[in-house]
Design a protein around this ligand. Structure first.
Ligand SMILES: [Ca+2]
Ligand SMILES: [Ca+2]
Length: 381
């Protein structure tokens, strides 16, 4: 194992008391699971690991870092990795931020271009097979594990139907207390106000009947979880499941939907009403039926129409899927001559998931400040 690129740099780190042999670095905080940066610089979590590839001028390389421990702001324990690739120098830092409720890992990549001309490399995130790349997130097994600093160039399979945002499957969340299809037990929830969105391929301009199934098992009284359900081509409807049907009681809301914009897809979304105290919308089941088909709620609730529906989705159940198949997250970055680009990824540490950037107030700067404040307080004790 080599030390840092220069002895001077190594000596500088040694003064922090943390020198500086290359090797694994553990990221941790009291009371929570640790993660590590391995000897090649990959950040290893309980859901898998994340690394990077760079491509430029027809050449492509996995980034392999020399890794040492360091302290950011002289306070925050961190892993520092350095490497040279394709004429660029790349530095990565990773540290644990004490964000509520169970911490976050913060991974920053700084790509520097020592050359006299701008370059535009392609940076690829190397994540586990089957990872689903969203607009600003990566999910593994339905868990949002990465928040992305900018939208990726998405190159991935788009399926016939599926969930298309950052809602979370929660199998077995609901406890219906009357006979009904088992699909009512599994839900998706839009934690933190994320809308639950689905998209279904149909013929352009096709009309379909859409039935949404709900069952509330947390709130016992009406007026707690107020939702707005929208199906393309139909007026939106307010849904308060406890007011309509009661706690633990399945219910159905139907829509005369239509592919109004002619893109060959029907969009379905369930969002929190702005006045709702509980901002986490839920959804239990979806049926797509021919336009004008009878929508007999008891028959839908019993599961008797699952087979004859054009599409039946046990939302949050074993057959549920994302609209995007597995794919790669790639970023095309221009790195100016004698300049650099910096990207910060927020990464789920053991037991945690991350909030999409649109729903999170954290930035690279505020996370580092929070981590520094906690480290300073700990040192003062
Ligand atoms: Ca459409
Ligand atoms: Ca379900």
């Amino acid at each position: 194992m080599k030390c840092l690129t220069t002895l001077a740099a190594c000596a500088a780190l040694a003064t922090t008391g943390l020198c500086a042999m290359a090797g694994e670095v553990t990221l941790s905080q009291p009371g929570f699971g640790a993660s590590k940066v391995d000897t090649s610089g990959r950040l290893v979590e309980d859901w898998g690991s994340v690394g990077f590839r760079l491509a430029l001028n027809g050449r492509s390389e996995s980034l392999t870092f020399q890794v040492v421990q360091t302290k950011l702001n002289g306070l925050v324990p961190a892993a520092l990795g350095k490497c040279a690739s394709l004429g660029l120098t790349v530095e990565s830092t990773a540290y644990r931020a004490p964000a509520h409720p169970s911490g976050l890992d913060v991974l920053t990549l700084r790509i520097a271009n020592p050359g006299a001309a701008d370059v535009t490399p392609l940076l690829t995130l190397d994540v586990p097979p089957g990872a689903v790349v969203g607009e600003r997130t990566v999910a593994v097994g339905g868990r949002t594990v990465l928040s992305l600093p900018l939208p990726p160039n998405v190159d991935q399979e788009v399926r016939e139907w599926g969930a298309c945002d950052e809602s979370q499957p929660m199998p077995g969340w609901a406890s219906p207390n009357v006979p009904c299809d088992p699909a009512f037990r599994n839900i998706r929830a839009g934690m933190g106000g994320v809308p639950i969105k689905y998209r279904f391929a149909v013929e352009p301009r096709e009309a379909v009947t859409v039935a949404l199934g709900f069952c509330e098992s947390f709130w016992a009284v009406a007026g707690q979880r107020l939702m707005l359900a929208r199906v393309e081509g139909a007026p939106r409807q307010s849904v308060d499941p406890v007011a309509k049907w009661g706690q633990h009681k399945p219910g159905i809301v139907t829509f005369a939907g239509r592919d109004a914009n002619g893109d060959g897809q029907i969009d379905v979304a369930v969002s929190p009403a702005s006045s709702s105290g509980d901002q986490n919308p839920i959804l239990n089941a979806i049926w797509l039926l021919p336009a004008g088909a009878p929508t007999d709620s008891p028959a839908l609730i019993s599961g008797a129409m699952n087979k004859t529906a054009m599409r039946f989705v046990d939302v949050g159940g074993p057959g549920d899927q994302a609209i995007y198949g597995s794919g790669k997250a790639e970023f095309t970055l221009t790195v100016p001559a004698r300049g650099s680009r910096e990207l910060t990824f927020i990464v789920a540490c053991p037991g945690a998931s991350v909030t999409p950037p649109s729903r999170s107030a954290w930035t690279a700067a505020t996370l580092l400040k929070a981590a520094s404040d906690v480290a300073r307080d700990a040192a003062a004790r």
